[in-house]
Design a protein around this ligand. Structure first.
Ligand code: ADP
Ligand code: MG
Length: 729
């Protein structure tokens, strides 16, 4: 049988290898293995960068044996063999008990794989896997200047992968010649790209680093084009769905909202509003992402769209990530609508509608009543958390789905809510995490995008500073003083800690671990500061006499809501909280935020947190307290957050400190992106070009019909996605 990209690895490799590859590296087919590219290339004669190794990493290194010594163990029976590899500058010890790899002789080169440990302050591998380079006699593999180092696993070493790939590709890439090249000839010619066969051969068995570069340029194209085709196909499918037009109607709820607004809309809010109004008026469902800086006023834009849909006879649902936020939205919208939001109640306006809050914490009877309002269509505006997605929540006529803080949800949740419409409803998703253009083109590539750039005028703005505790120990006292001054002037403050804390001790997890990269790497770091401890300390010390309370995820929803309300009403001066206040919380009188252990939070998260202050006319202050030194990379990351309030800039910085996979994974769980080489940071131009090519390809009469290789790759990506969905379900 001829081998194709779809052939299962079990048919071409030994059963043990195939099973381990499937289980440990998710490699199932020939395509998977050929697209499992080396992470880097080691050069014989050039020492491994042993100083870059981190304890706990599983790594493969190429190095020379510099010494070997064996001795009897004193305590136990048997011998211990210590082998040093590397050179004078960087070296590493390999330790073997009772047996020693026969070929470990001074002067020989080998690949060594294991988990980096330490002993007496020196890096070491205990019982590493070894592969001496001249083992395979008559084999040219190791004579090559560049040795590929693959992402490996416990039972599948880098050299096993190398041999398996070689077996598949054939010594000169013969298999590559046989499989269909997914990239259409014209596209390859237009952009000067290698053939698939040449690219695969060069990425797996390069002679020079230049080979690698050309190969990866071509292979990145595959990734970008296939992803963009998938997204373009989704956009087209969505455009063909039959939706229901919800045209604007004068003298209805929308006009009432506009009349009740205590402020003028910004120009941006008006423009986006027009855009949404026009799209809701089409019988093709809207799929739009509204991104706007923290505090740019997205809620009111969404509310106006919801009002238009209600005026047209439909219902609108607003999905929020937390109960605190859902309750806040319900409160704000009810307040704004007044009697118009209480139709059916004694003091309600019969021409209005009902605003219904549906969250998991509602008592059974209240939940039943809320569901009935939703099912019978009495509730025009339905606000809720994940509880909205549950079975048994049925809408009479769902016309618009709004997802607030989209980055907290996955696509599947957006889709679960959409599925509750009789016909596909319009969808508006909102995020305050600014999205770099490349991410927008990939992760959100099936959505149209609107942006609110401007903040409402008259905002005081936030100034931020880093408080480096080890270098400026007195600054923290000064920070508490500043906080007291603000409270004395009638303002309020947040103190944020990474952890809740408990009498039960140190095993409680950070409230929200989408956190900062841990580049100080020490396992001896103290546990993160905890809300409960800090509240106690502040109450009895620096903030004695102030009205102080705590807010965190372990409180009951009623408790959380009560405290949030009290804070909003100005009955609490200082809220010591976890990241439950991260998203959406809106108390304009709050002007100070002190973030403790700021280094434990990610860049975007800090920007979000900071967005909680200076939402009114008063200037805000955000203090990022940290033990990290100003010169460390962590310190510099914090300095960058303090230095700019431009969310786009920070999103870029965030992207730099995270891996592509994390970004894609967090933003769109449930989708395997097929991205291995493509960099969202560096390949902006390539992604944009691929997007244009994908759109053009699909617009041709025959679509992908003349490009079976490409169609197969797109199908393979879709299968991966589906497989992942099934696992999740
Ligand atoms: P976000 O975009 O972060 O969700 P919100 O919608 O919560 O921001 O709005 C932040 C604050 O700004 C709210 O208190 C809101 O009432 C207020 N606001 C919204 N639009 C305007 C405007 N045009 N002028 C003044 N204040 C506004
Ligand atoms: Mg918001």
């Amino acid at each position: 049988m001829a081998v194709t990209l779809e052939t299962p690895l079990a048919r071409v490799l030994g059963p043990k290898t195939a099973t381990s590859m499937a289980e440990q590296l998710s490699l199932h087919t020939v395509r998977d293995l050929l697209r499992h590219y080396p992470r880097r290339y080691a050069r014989r004669g050039e020492m491994a960068r042993l100083d870059d190794l981190q304890v706990g990493d599983r790594v493969t290194i190429l190095a020379m044996v510099t010494s070997v010594s064996s001795r009897r163990m004193r305590q136990r029976h048997g011998t211990i063999t210590e082998v040093t590899v590397g050179d004078g500058a960087g070296s590493m010890k390999l330790v073997f008990f009772n047996n020693k790899h026969a070929k470990l002789e001074q002067g020989r080169w080998g690949l060594f794989a294991g988990t980096v440990g330490t002993y007496a302050g020196k890096l070491q591998f205990t019982h590493p896997d070894c592969h001496m380079l001249d083992d395979d006699t008559g084999d040219d593999d190791w004579a090559r200047a560049l040795v590929p180092i693959y992402p490996a696993s416990k039972d599948v070493s880098s050299w096993v992968i190398q041999k398996s790939v070689k077996l598949l590709l054939g010594p000169s890439g013969e298999l590559g010649e046989l499989v269909v090249d997914p990239l259409p000839e014209e596209i390859r010619a237009r952009h000067g790209l290698l053939s698939l066969a040449a690219a695969l051969l060069d990425i797996h068995r390069p002679t020079t680093l230049e080979d690698v570069e050309h190969a990866s340029e071509r292979l990145k194209w595959d990734e970008a084009l296939i992803l963009q085709l998938t997204l373009a196909a989704r956009r087209r499918a969505a455009a063909l769905e039959p939706g229901i037009a919800r045209p604007r109607r004068p003298a209805g709820l929308l006009d009432a909202v506009d009349a009740a607004l205590p402020f003028e809309l910004t120009e941006g809010q008006r423009d986006v509003g027009e855009e949404l109004a026009a799209e809701l008026d089409r019988d093709q469902p809207m799929h739009r992402l509204l991104q706007g800086e923290v505090g740019s006023g997205k809620t009111v834009v969404a509310l106006r769209a919801m009002a238009q849909v209600v005026d047209a006879g439909g219902q609108a649902a607003l999905l929020a990530p937390t109960e605190v936020l859902a309750a806040q939205h319900a409160r704000g919208i009810r307040q704004l609508l007044g009697p118009l939001g209480r139709a059916g109640e004694i003091d309600g306006d019969p021409s209005g509608t009902r605003v219904t809050l549906l969250t998991g914490s509602l008592k059974a009877a209240a939940k039943r009543e809320a569901r009935a309002e939703v099912a019978e269509g009495r509730a025009g505006i339905v606000i809720g958390t994940h509880a909205l997605l549950q079975e048994g929540v049925d809408f009479a006529d769902l016309g618009l789905v709004v997802v607030d803080e989209q980055h907290r949800f996955g696509v599947e949740q957006r889709d679960a809510l959409r599925a509750k419409g009789n016909r596909p409803p319009h969808v508006l998703v909102m995020t305050a995490t600014p999205i770099p253009r490349t991410v927008a083109m990939t992760v959100y590539g099936d959505l149209e995008i609107s942006t609110l750039r401007q903040l409402p005028s008259g905002r005081g703005g936030v100034s931020s500073s880093v408080v480096p505790q080890s270098e400026k120990p007195t600054w923290l006292d000064r920070a508490w003083e500043r906080l007291r001054e603000e409270v004395a002037a009638g303002r309020q403050a947040y103190v944020v800690c990474p952890r809740i804390g408990d009498v039960a001790g140190p095993d409680d997890e950070p409230e929200d671990a989408d956190g900062a990269p841990d580049d100080d790497g020490g396992s001896e770091r103290r546990p993160p500061l905890a809300v409960l401890d800090i509240a106690e300390i502040l109450r009895n010390g620096a903030l004695a006499g102030l009205r102080l309370d705590v807010l965190h995820g372990r409180l009951s929803p009623e408790d959380k809501d009560a405290r949030m309300r009290a804070f909003a009403a100005g009955e609490i001066d200082v809220l010591v909280a976890t990241t439950v206040v991260e998203v959406g919380v809106d108390v304009p009188n709050a002007t100070v935020m002190v973030v403790l252990d700021a280094d434990r939070f990610g860049v975007s998260q800090l920007h979000q947190l900071r967005g909680r202050v200076a939402r009114g006319k008063h200037a805000g202050l955000c203090l990022l307290v940290t033990d990290a030194s100003t010169s460390s990379s962590t310190g510099q990351r914090l300095a960058a957050v303090a230095a700019t309030s431009d969310g786009f800039e920070l999103a870029r910085l965030d992207l730099e400190t995270r891996r592509e996979g994390d970004v894609l994974g967090a933003a769109q769980s449930g989708t395997r992106s097929g991205i291995r080489l493509l960099s969202l940071l560096e390949d902006e131009e390539l992604i944009a070009t691929a997007r244009a090519e994908a759109t053009a390809l699909l617009e041709t009469e025959r679509g992908l019909a003349d490009h079976p290789g490409l169609a197969a790759e797109v199908a393979a990506l879709a299968t991966d996605e589906r497989a992942e969905w099934l696992e999740k379900a």
